[in-house]
Design a protein around this ligand. Structure first.
Ligand code: ZN
Length: 44
């Protein structure tokens, strides 16, 4: 699930699984496809 978030610096899209923020809905949805709901394993 992607949550739209309004902030002073614009509109962001957050992954409900891990909380990562994206500035484009498509990027968030693409991430969500691969997200396992845990900490992003590719950031180490
Ligand atoms: Zn995620």
């Amino acid at each position: 699930m992607v949550t739209q978030t309004e902030r002073e610096d614009g509109t962001w899209f957050a992954c409900d699984g891990c909380g990562m923020l994206f500035d484009a809905r498509e990027d968030a949805k693409q991430h969500e496809t691969d997200c396992d709901g845990e900490e992003p394993s590719y950031i180490q």
